[in-house]
Write a protein that binds this ligand. Structure first.
Ligand code: SF4
Length: 314
């Protein structure tokens, strides 16, 4: 048999599941163990088809809205967070609900509430229509928060008179957000920002790891879903560093013509993509190339979030 062409693969670390995604999946699995199927989940628990299908196979039923959940059933809210009206409606209907909102998203929710208590109008940096943005807007009364998606928005926004604050979605591009924040701070020097970063540790660590590998790669593959914000940002970061970048759900999504003329390929995975898919992609490469794979580690992560008391209590 002819020898396989050689391929160097740089595998970014950290990559894949973050602590918020691990926790959300565990909440659904523990609820299924404790209550037995079916357990209803409002929206994709995390933005990954493989994860959603695995939980469906164990008895989870995914719904868009609460009115699809029958009376008396158990329902779980996704990691991205929900408007306050959702748990309130669940409570009013007497549903047995659990909240899998990532604690780092909940932190932004509390910051938003505090800014509103201080009488601030909030400039919220995020992507229109993303469930996290819908959830955060749903923490505060209508009209007290304005969405800023771009530097152009930051240049054009005309907020009401009075004190201002800004907050951000947790899964944004670190670099783009810095430009937007700088624009807001130039235009509104007294604008109050969050004490720490709102962009979460997992998002920024994964972007840093991609920045480390992408300049050495002709091609970077990001395992993640189209609707996963942090995965889309990884693709953008890789492209900015000069690599051709593609988002794939799993090995089957690879177009092998992408590899023509490629000597070094980078590989990473968004925060909602499991490691098993990274290994699947590496195996698919090994079937076609003589692969030399190296992990390039730019940070180690030890973050673990507590589970809801209702699930861990004896
Ligand atoms: S990406 Fe960040 S904010 Fe989102 S679930 Fe993971 S840790 Fe939480």
């Amino acid at each position: 048999m002819a020898s396989l062409p050689s391929l160097r693969v740089l595998v970014a670390a950290p990559r894949g599941f973050c602590a918020g995604v691990e926790r959300a999946i565990q909440i659904v699995e523990l609820a299924l163990e404790k209550h037995g199927p079916p357990v209803y989940v409002r929206h994709e628990i995390v933005h990954n088809r493989f994860v959603v299908d695995s939980l469906k196979a164990k008895g989870a039923i995914f719904v868009k809205e609460l009115d699809e959940v029958p009376d008396g059933a158990q329902v779980i809210f996704s990691a991205h967070g929900v408007p306050k009206s959702i748990p309130a409606t669940a409570q009013a209907r007497g549903l047995d609900w659990l909240d899998a909102t990532c604690p780092l998203v909940s932190k932004v929710h509390r910051q938003a509430e505090r800014m509103v208590e201080q009488g601030r109008h909030i400039l919220f940096i995020g992507h229109a229509g993303h469930p996290e943005v819908i959830g955060t807007f749903g923490q505060v009364p209508d009209g007290v928060m304005t969405l800023i998606e771009t530097v152009e928005d930051a240049e054009a926004v005309q907020p009401p008179e009075g004190p201002l604050g800004f907050l951000t979605q947790t899964t944004l591009s670190v670099d783009d957000t810095a430009d937007i924040v700088a624009t807001l701070q130039r235009r509104f020097p007294a604008v109050l920002g969050p004490k720490g970063e709102d962009i979460c540790y997992a998002t920024s660590n994964r972007q840093t790891a991609v920045k480390a590998i992408a300049p050495q790669c002709q091609l970077v593959l990001v395992i993640g879903a189209e609707n996963s914000s942090n995965s889309q940002r990884l693709k953008e970061v890789a492209a900015r560093e000069g690599a051709r970048a593609h988002l794939i759900q799993r090995a089957a999504g690879i177009d092998w013509s992408w590899f023509d003329g490629v000597e070094t390929v980078g590989l990473t995975a968004g925060a909602s993509a499991p490691e098993v898919l990274v290994q699947e992609v590496l195996d698919a490469m090994r079937a076609r190339f003589d692969v030399r794979a190296t992990d390039v580690t730019t940070a180690t992560e030890e973050v673990v979030f507590k589970l809801p008391r209702a699930l861990v209590a004896a």
